[in-house]
Design a protein around this ligand. Structure first.
Ligand code: F3S
Length: 388
């Protein structure tokens, strides 16, 4: 506990915080054994042995496998044993074993204006921008420390003055689908600095899914923790208020050519052996959309068509028959994990199609180049990988 407090105080001092403020909600990252390995397993087990306990409603980021159905995913036994130990250790600390990057769809949704300590980059951008809650971009250790102490330093995106937009992003194309939104977010993330907040001008009616994919992409290709879309996101009634009445510090224009350059960058030439939907984890509406698109079709031989979501969305999708439809088309729906944090390279996958620019960006990096990726819309993934 002393180390956790020291970490938070040091973080605050480095960033000019005057005090720590209480939080009631956390999202803890550093859960997949693939990404954190032995050091984190040892650390969390030693914390559990000291009988530490979190003081917030804390949930976990995705683990390296479906915690119940890992055998049917083809997860190596040795990996599963470590992963289960790590999740058990987190659970001993009082963190709910709900492994999802969309906790706001699974019972851990902050209110507008609420200060929280979230560690998953896509969720951070989403709750700051779309929900209007407040969190900094916490790393795994400081989010866990904040959950144990029940406080975060008052700094950064928690302060009104740091939440105003400062980059005017003029979007000169009409996105066709969710993959275009992801490509726009990806392009912006690469172009702007970590402390800048883009204001998208020209995105008329993005859906919940579009904003989820855009958040994830700009937080992956860059470090975007917050964005505004005038008249859509809660802190941007219009273009002027998004900039807090100030003039934007800079301007960025996005054309069809820029979006196309993202597709060119994220484009494996190999035939896919996995279609992976759900980065960030699917909402119920997205699972329904997959089920509808696959209805009456069969996934082609040699390809897995996997959907990733949270346990609570899975339950709702199962009740409504969406999971059954996906399975009867030859696909599957998994919980607690995703295509990026699973050991897909050891499971034999070499090329993944996804409608997520974040997934397409990370897959080659997280597999040391053993697996390629391609960004495509869900409809395109179904068109190319399933037959009537
Ligand atoms: Fe979530 Fe995994 Fe993507 S944690 S945002 S599905 S990389």
């Amino acid at each position: 506990m002393a180390k956790s407090m020291k970490l938070l105080v040091t973080l605050g001092e480095l960033n000019g915080a005057e005090k720590l403020v209480p939080i009631k909600r956390s999202q803890v990252a550093g859960v997949s054994y693939k990404t954190v390995g032995e050091p984190t397993l040892n650390l969390v087990e030693s914390m559990a042995a000291e009988k530490l306990s979190v003081k917030t409603n804390a949930t976990l980021n995705p683990a390296g496998m479906d915690l119940g159905r890992w055998r049917s995913m083809g997860i190596p036994e040795a990996f599963a044993e470590k992963q289960l130990r790590l999740c058990k250790a987190y659970e001993s600390l009082g963190v709910k074993p709900l492994c999802t990057c969309t906790p706001y769809l699974a019972g851990n949704r902050p209110r507008r204006g609420e200060i929280v300590g979230f560690a998953e980059s896509s969720a951070i951008a989403f709750v700051n921008s779309v929900i209007g809650a407040r969190t900094n971009r916490h790393g795994g250790l400081d989010a866990l420390s904040a959950a144990l102490v029940g406080r975060v330093p008052l700094m950064g995106y928690l302060m009104n003055e740091n939440r105003r937009g400062n980059v005017h992003v003029k979007v000169d194309i009409k996105p066709r689908d969710e993959a275009d939104y992801a490509a726009i977010g990806y392009f912006v993330g690469k172009k702007i600095r970590a402390d800048e907040i883009p204001v998208y001008d020209g995105l008329c009616a993005p859906s919940f899914k579009d904003m989820k994919l855009l958040s994830a992409a700009s937080a992956a290709s860059g470090s975007v923790a917050m964005f505004h879309i005038p008249s859509i996101t809660p802190e941007a009634k219009n273009l002027e208020s998004a900039f807090g009445g100030d003039k934007p510090a800079s301007k960025l224009e996005i054309t069809g050519r820029d979006v196309w350059s993202v597709y060119e960058e994220l484009s494996s030439s190999r035939e896919p052996d996995l279609v992976a939907i759900g980065c960030p984890h699917c909402s119920l509406q997205e699972v329904r959309e997959v089920s509808k698109l696959l209805s009456g079709k069969k996934v082609k031989d040699g390809i897995k068509f996997w959907v990733f979501t949270s346990p609570s969305v899975f339950e709702a999708a199962e009740k409504r028959g969406y999971v059954r439809n996906i399975v009867s088309a030859g696909g599957d729906v998994f919980v607690n994990t995703c295509m990026v944090v699973m050991p897909i390279e050891d499971m034999g996958f070499r090329s993944v199609y996804s409608n997520s620019a974040k997934a397409a960006f990370y897959i080659p990096r997280m597999t040391n180049g053993r697996c390629e990726s391609r960004l495509l819309s869900l409809a395109e993934c179904v068109r190319l990988c399933a037959k009537a």
